[in-house]
Design a protein around this ligand. Structure first.
Ligand SMILES: C[S@@+](CC[C@H](N)C(=O)[O-])C[C@H]1O[C@@H](n2cnc3c(N)ncnc32)[C@H](O)[C@@H]1O
Length: 198
């Protein structure tokens, strides 16, 4: 991911379900990101994340390495107190391969409030790669994002039997605005009921 999405000092990164925190610590070590945050709710990974944090600080200091500011938080990323932190982030990472449809749906509701240009990297895509806007799916998250598959990394390890792909989503509301204008024009020209479209 770090090789394929350009991360700058203007970016703020959040890992939703950060486990032991290794993704957050890697991003903090290898990129100039302004701040990297991890949110994890399970007790055991949180316990190891504290130890990761301690050892990371110790060894980064020992080797004289700089790193971006980071925070490993314990909590449920679906709770209200994390919402602003997520919706103001410019890069959201979520390894959601094993999340169920309910959590994915709740995440989509949060992502609807991300700013234009925000990027979401996930191990399961939030909309089909071939998503096309029609007058019947105007409330779908696919209407405000472009999605593509990141090139799989050679020699990567995985907890499944197969390599896991990652998907990049970029928030872009001009897509749905253009569609709405087109529908509006068509309805006006055809004398249809415009209100029913919106
Ligand atoms: C597959 S692990 C990903 C760990 C790390 N981000 C990575 O990519 O290696 C998914 C993590 O999400 C956490 N998780 C699931 N639902 C969550 C929620 N609502 N709030 C916070 N963490 C959650 C799980 O406890 C688990 O540790």
């Amino acid at each position: 991911m770090i090789d394929q999405i350009h991360i700058t000092e203007d970016d703020t990164f959040v890992d939703l379900g950060s486990g032991v925190g290794q993704v957050v610590l890697q991003v903090a070590a290898l990129t100039p990101c302004k701040v990297c945050v991890g949110i994890e709710k399970a007790d055991t990974p949180c316990k190891y994340a504290m130890e990761m944090d301690r050892l990371y600080t110790k060894w980064m200091r020992w080797y004289g390495k700089r790193h971006s500011e980071y925070r490993l938080r314990k909590g449920d990323f679906l709770k209200k107190e994390h919402r602003e932190n997520i919706t103001t982030s410019s890069i959201v990472f979520v390894n959601n391969f094993a999340f169920g449809p309910t959590v994915d749906h709740q995440l989509k509701e949060v992502f609807a409030d991300l700013r234009d240009g925000a990027r979401i990297v996930s191990s399961k895509s939030f909309c089909p790669l071939n998503f096309r806007i029609t007058d019947r799916n105007l409330s779908d998250i696919g209407t405000i994002m472009h999605v593509s598959e990141l090139s799989p990394m050679k020699g990567s390890v995985s907890w499944t039997g197969k390599p896991v792909s990652y998907f990049l989503h970029i928030i872009d509301r001009t897509k749905v605005c253009a569609m709405k204008v087109a529908v509006y024009v068509c309805m006006s020209v055809s004398g249809g009921n415009i209100l029913s479209v919106f």
